[in-house]
Design a protein around this ligand. Structure first.
Ligand code: HEM
Length: 132
């Protein structure tokens, strides 16, 4: 990713931070609607999961410009996901639910360029998580 793309992703994420709770609700509702088979992988009570996801996204977005330094942590996160029963195929619907959430949360700020840059960022993360 270019420095400009990274800056754009980081700036748009800053706009999601104040509505993180709503964004997490939107995201999981959307995921469980489009891909119901993923519901059983998660605990009944999603409160903690929602906080963890937003915190991890924040870390990833903050460190996009030095993805190589967080790569071991991202790969380890991917390995844990295998242990949760997550398959490589499930990364696509999760990415789609994330983009959908950003579109809802950012409204007109979710420009085609923002969408393209987020797609690239998610693809890089998912790629690292499914590497092993
Ligand atoms: C970039 C992509 C993703 C990120 C950043 C992410 C982030 C996280 C984080 C931070 C956790 C907390 C536990 C831990 O650190 O090991 C977690 C757990 C989990 N994630 Fe993900 N995840 C991603 C993709 C996915 C995908 C594609 C699925 C498939 C449905 C998924 C399903 C789960 C499940 C089932 C758990 C465990 C829930 C539990 O038993 O507590 N994640 N994820």
């Amino acid at each position: 990713m270019t420095p400009e793309q990274i800056t754009l992703v980081q700036a748009s994420f800053q706009k999601v931070v104040p509505i993180a709770g709503t964004a997490a609700d939107l995201f999981y509702d959307r995921l469980f609607e489009t891909t119901p088979q993923t519901r059983a992988l998660f605990p009944q009570d999603m409160a903690e999961q929602k906080t963890k996801l937003m915190a991890m996204l924040a870390t990833a977005v903050t460190n996009l410009h030095k993805l190589d330094t967080i790569l071991p942590a991202v790969e380890a996160l991917g390995a844990r996901h295998k242990g949760y029963g997550v398959t490589a195929e499930q990364y696509a619907p999760v990415g789609a639910a994330l983009l959908w959430t950003l579109e809802k949360g950012l409204g007109p700020d979710f420009t085609p360029e923002t969408k393209a840059d987020w797609t690239e960022a998610y693809t890089a993360l998912a790629g690292a998580m499914t590497k092993t």
